[in-house]
Design a protein around this ligand. Sequence first.
Ligand SMILES: [Zn+2]
Length: 161
Amino acid sequence: MVNFSERLRDDQCSKVTRFQLTPCADVKALARSLGVEVEERVLGDTTDGYLERDEFLSESGWKIVINRKRSVVRKRFTVAHELAHFLLHARDDPFYEPQRDTFSVGSEENEANLFAARILMPGRLVGGFFQEGVRSPNRLGKIFGVSAEAMSRRLNELGLN
Ligand SMILES: [Zn+2]
């Protein structure tokens, strides 16, 4: 089991932990609280979003750009995914060059997807609903603001099926 929390600063970790107290919390607000602005733009069909340098508006020097044409759940996942790149990959590396994301393969991409799934679908919360009998990925997905597919993968990861 990868432990992401030990790679975050304490203040970042506590913000993420607070975000995870309720299902479907505002992931854009989480990004902003971490110093990362979120901007929606019309992007090409193959692009979900990316991290972009922004020394002026964003406290951290980075902002997240997401494709306005995507569904609400897709946008939420993209914000969480780009936030993972910011927290895990971009923070201490001045030469970090972000790529336009189509959730392509590669270890940083896998990590970002894994991290995004964990922050949007906290194990303890998902487990709580599951124990109370809410077990369909479709219903759980609606509660947590993610797709049924993403919830299905997360349930498997948690051994809940
Ligand atoms: Zn990515």
